[in-house]
Design a protein around this ligand. Sequence first.
Ligand SMILES: CCC(=O)OC[C@H](C)CC[C@H]1O[C@H]2C[C@H]3[C@@H]4CC=C5C[C@@H](O)CC[C@]5(C)[C@H]4CC[C@]3(C)[C@H]2[C@@H]1C
Length: 420
Amino acid sequence: MSSTSASWTSFIKSLASYNGDLSSLTAPPFILSPTSLVEYSQYWSEHVDLFLAPNFIQQEPNDIDSVELKHMVAVLRWFISTLKSQYCSRAETLGGEKKPLNPFLGELFVGKWTDESPSKKFGETLLVSEQVSHHPPITAYAIQNKTNKTTLQGYNGVRASMSATALNVRQYGHALLSYENLNEKYLITLPPLHIEGILMAAPFVELEQKSYIQSSAGYVAVIEYSGKGYFSGKSNSFKARIYKNISEAEDKTKALYTVSGQWSGVSSISRGNTVASDAQVFFDAKNSKPQHLTVKPIEEQSPLESRRAWQKVAEAIRANNYNLIHEEKTKIENEQRELRKKEAADDTPWKQKFFEEIDYTTLTEEDDETGYVKLANMANLSLKNVPSGTRKGSSKDNETEAGSHWRFCPERLDTTDIVF
Ligand SMILES: CCC(=O)OC[C@H](C)CC[C@H]1O[C@H]2C[C@H]3[C@@H]4CC=C5C[C@@H](O)CC[C@]5(C)[C@H]4CC[C@]3(C)[C@H]2[C@@H]1C
């Protein structure tokens, strides 16, 4: 048995006593990614043209659909376009899903997408991603395009549990998309997922159950996910239906549009609630090259920036040098422990740079300028700190703890010394 499979076998055995904290797992080096989880926020905008598309969609003279419905279809297309980068990019570049580096409190990842449009109508798009919590791990992010007054903000935390053969992951958090010029906002929830293939040491992500996109214009998209052996038998499958509002979503025959196929491949769209034979191609993930963001060289980065902070660990992982990985990781962990001790002694707790914690259960729709409360109420979603997309009153809407969420503070971006 090779050393790899020997270490993987002992790793699988360790999973039997998995305690629910992913960072506590000491996975063997070949399953470790040299990339920190704080970098995953970039996967929300590797198709900048689709992210900005609604800004360039106007009402046409003999349109059947309202312009808001046309924008809803465009936002669904952008969302579907993010999934392959979010959930398959490690499999494509590293040969399989990997365990990301566990970001330290305050770790930053910033970058920008340059304007690749022929007419230069996009302008620059900035990403700021910050580890706002270490226990539990929570990453908050904002993607801002000032030229078209378009901003995505959101946060993500995961809770995972092992079943016999898969790691089941519940995502906490949401994304909020705002098109200021259109006076439209969208709430996007995050689907549950599971990691299959762990026993064969070839892990990959499969999305499951449902997620929602609620438009401030009332339209709502309900997306159902499935993998091999479900309704289509293919991996990475989904069926999305757009409805006039959440109450009409109770009846599939009221769907205005139905989109179905593979989020990592081709999907098609047709009117109504079935996918007709003359369905049009909706999105083709395999033939839409993602645009990677530009990150400044490590020597120009601040000590809090991810690729500079983890540089030595990332090099050790790429060299498959287990002892050096452990040595360099321990240095970072000890530094962090010392910082926390000093903060506790001086009573100067760490302050998040670009985001603030917020309890939405205390806000009325009018008070909440992010628009989250109004959109969550429109979609009948819980405001509490429960798995993303939990319907109000459902069995999972049971948390007693107040709704601790994270909100972007755009004004802090204007005064920061961080260089993009
Ligand atoms: C089971 C223990 C273990 O370490 O096995 C190693 C395996 C690679 C499986 C565990 C890791 O799998 C990784 C996949 C990661 C998710 C991938 C994409 C996203 C979307 C992004 O927008 C937010 C983060 C999220 C949900 C990642 C969260 C962390 C995951 C589950 C990693 C697991 C530790």
